[in-house]
Design a protein around this ligand. Structure first.
Ligand code: HMG
Ligand code: MG
Length: 304
């Protein structure tokens, strides 16, 4: 097993998209700044989705522009990689105009969730990716892929492994550089994670697979460990365990970045993140969104 993992910070997108308090662009830029100064190397900084559907992500262009200005001024390191979520060609055009060099596309593994989340079937969503991928090629933009509801759907229940594997192959063929496997409603257990990732590794190179676990049922750390033991080295996490998906009823936040970092550092696995600095962000963010964050380590800190 590799002695280091890559953490992709979701707080600014998957985290904030489900919060009642909508944060303005300056607060989101400050959040990004604090995360990056805590060592974050990859950040999903926002989403070019419909502001009618997800008002929390309105102002993403301003967040990108102001964060890039901080990079330019040398206030935050140049090495940070920023990505934005795009559902269609319109979102991709906005992403290109903003100057980002990476986008993330997303498809569901269940028809009902696809309809509720992006108002179209799974097949239609893949059709929408075609112009997005063509624009990405033209503008030399990296594309990450997500598959949602890989372990269960809030409307249809269990999702078959065969369906997820087929869609993973389809997404991989599109040319995404990484494929993040989403437990959107935090329903997966270790048995399911081992079984699905073993099958996925046969169709997508393991280096290209990432795990995206929500912690709704408290299984996310165990699931990450199970995936890590199968060779998965990239994990999506959210500072404090913020958020969830507004179109997945009952879904809570991604697994907390602090909790994941605590676990890996305890095992001697490097994350490149500074746990104390991450913990410092926790009360600041709790004040901004006006409620405590679910992270365990973020709340009590570590033994000094
Ligand atoms: P729609 O209403 O079907 O769109 O929404 P439409 O094509 O009919 O257009 C309606 C209006 O929206 C038009 O404006 C379009 O221009 C505009 P009008 O002519 O009426 O003035 N529009 C847009 N505006 C801004 N940005 C755009 C855009 N596209 C069209 N990109 C749509 C379809 C996909 C836009 C909508 O359903 C949407 O934005 N959905 C996003 C939902 C979302 O962000 N969900 C959360 C992210 S997914 C997730 O959290 C899961 C994940 O974390 C992994 C996991 O946990 O499993 C990734
Ligand atoms: Mg998610």
């Amino acid at each position: 097993m590799k002695k280091s993992v890559v953490i992709v910070e979701m707080g600014l997108r998957d985290g904030l998209q489900n919060e009642k308090t909508v944060l303005d662009a300056d607060t989101r830029v400050e959040f990004a700044r604090r995360l990056i100064l805590a060592g974050t190397k990859r950040v999903e900084i926002g989403a070019f989705v419909s502001p009618t559907w997800v008002p929390q992500m309105a102002g993403t262009a301003e967040v990108v522009q102001k964060t890039f200005a901080l990079v330019k001024s040398g206030s935050i390191p140049k090495k940070t990689e920023f990505s934005v979520l795009v559902p269609n060609e319109r979102g991709m055009m906005d992403a290109i105009a903003s100057g980002v060099k990476e986008v993330a596309i997303f498809a569901a593994c269940s028809e009902s969730f696809s309809l509720k989340n992006i108002n179209c079937s799974i097949d239609e969503s893949f059709k929408r990716f075609e112009p997005v991928m063509a624009l990405a090629k033209k503008h030399k933009i990296k594309v990450r892929g997500y598959l949602s509801t890989c372990f269960g759907c809030p409307f249809e229940g269990r999702v078959s492994e065969a369906k997820v594997v087929k869609l993973a192959q389809r997404m991989h063929k599109l040319g995404v550089y990484e494929l993040s496997i989403g437990d959107t409603i935090g329903v997966a257990d270790v048995g399911q994670v081992e079984s699905l990732f073993r099958k996925l590794k046969k169709v997508v190179p393991v280096k290209k697979l990432a795990g995206h676990f929500h912690d709704t049922r408290g299984q996310a750390l165990a699931n990450i460990l199970a995936a890590y033991k199968l060779g998965i080295n990239v994990f999506d996490t959210s500072l404090g365990g913020l958020g969830g998906c507004p179109y997945a009823p009952g879904a809570t936040g991604n697994v907390a970045t602090e909790d994941v970092v605590y676990m890996f550092h305890g095992m001697g696995v490097k994350t490149g993140l500074n746990l104390d600095k991450l913990i410092e962000i926790n009360p600041w963010m709790a004040e901004k969104i006006q409620h405590p964050l679910p992270s365990k380590v973020g709340k009590v800190g570590r033994l000094k």
